[in-house]
Design a binder for this molecule. Structure first.
Ligand SMILES: C[S@@+](CC[C@H](N)C(=O)[O-])C[C@H]1O[C@@H](n2cnc3c(N)ncnc32)[C@H](O)[C@@H]1O
Length: 266
């Protein structure tokens, strides 16, 4: 049996049918006036189509390393910028176009890029604005992409890394947001001493932690706890359930899948 989902794989973003992010985001969209939106990562234009439909009065600024693609929506409310999230000035230039009510980072998913977009993105948000950091599971040490955060260093100092790799843990946006949320939940103010503790073995220094703490009001982490509606590889909704795989071999319930932060600015 290989039943295709009645939902439409060709038009839906994987935010909807795979990760299940959208119902979680809706909690933060209601009762908010969202008029300016930025999204890193356009890919096939599916999430831009969703945003155009979900926010009919909003202007949407999309960014991607890809050049403009023919399949992307043509709409006076959608404006595109080609950029590389690895280049700080390009992120800054893109986010300087206006103040945003909503920013979604669904681009490279590289831990270093997640950090720089989060820091720049919070500056570019309006008060009470929403910053969404998608697919933060790539910042887990058990995710294969976690290594990308120190590739540059590995190539330069391969010998040192071999002997010292256990000493460095390279904390990133995932650990920083979890730590800030932790202290908020237990009612502890972030001061220099706590910021220093959070920044230990981290890509975020003490100043970056203090900067985030000053800007953030709420942190919410989503983790998918159900199966995808259908497989993103083959479209089937029937799976080999006991193997946690689709018939096509795609894993459908991994530890390192479908995690997203919603961060609310003060
Ligand atoms: C997950 S897809 C975006 C999916 C889209 N938001 C949606 O939901 O339909 C990720 C996109 O990030 C882009 N990307 C990868 N590396 C990038 C980089 N360094 N800078 C900017 N965009 C990048 C890719 O070209 C790809 O289009």
């Amino acid at each position: 049996m290989n039943r295709s989902s009645p939902l439409n794989q060709t038009t839906l973003s994987d935010k909807a049918y795979w990760h299940g992010y959208i119902p979680f985001y809706e909690r933060f969209f209601i009762n908010r006036n969202i008029e300016t939106i930025a999204e890193f990562g356009v890919y096939k234009g599916k999430s831009i189509r969703w945003l155009l439909e979900r926010f009919p009065g909003a202007k949407i600024y999309g960014a991607d390393i890809l050049p403009l693609q023919l399949e992307w929506p043509i709409d006076s409310r959608f404006q595109f910028t080609q950029l590389d999230q690895g280049v700080g000035e390009q992120i800054h230039g893109f986010l300087s176009q206006c103040k945003f009510d909503l920013i979604i980072e669904d681009g490279s998913h590289q831990p270093k890029h997640q950090i720089s977009c989060l820091i720049e993105g919070l500056e570019a948000l309006n008060p009470n604005g929403v910053y969404i950091l998608e697919d933060i599971q790539t910042s887990l040490p058990s995710h294969p992409w976690w290594n990308k955060q120190f590739h540059w260093w590995k190539f330069r100092e391969r010998a040192i890394l071999k002997t010292q790799q256990n000493i460095f843990s390279f904390g990133n946006a995932l650990h920083a947001l979890l730590a800030l949320d932790h202290y908020k939940r237990i009612g502890v103010e972030i001061n220099e001493e706590i910021a220093r503790l959070i920044s230990k073995n981290s890509l975020l220094d003490e100043m970056a932690i203090l900067r985030l703490a000053r800007q953030i009001n709420e942190i919410h982490l989503y983790r998918r706890t159900h199966l995808p509606d259908f497989c993103h590889n083959c479209g089937s909704s029937d799976f080999d359930f006991s193997d946690f795989k689709c018939h096509c071999g795609e894993e459908i319930f991994r530890d390192t899948d479908s995690m997203s932060f919603v961060v609310i600015k003060k």
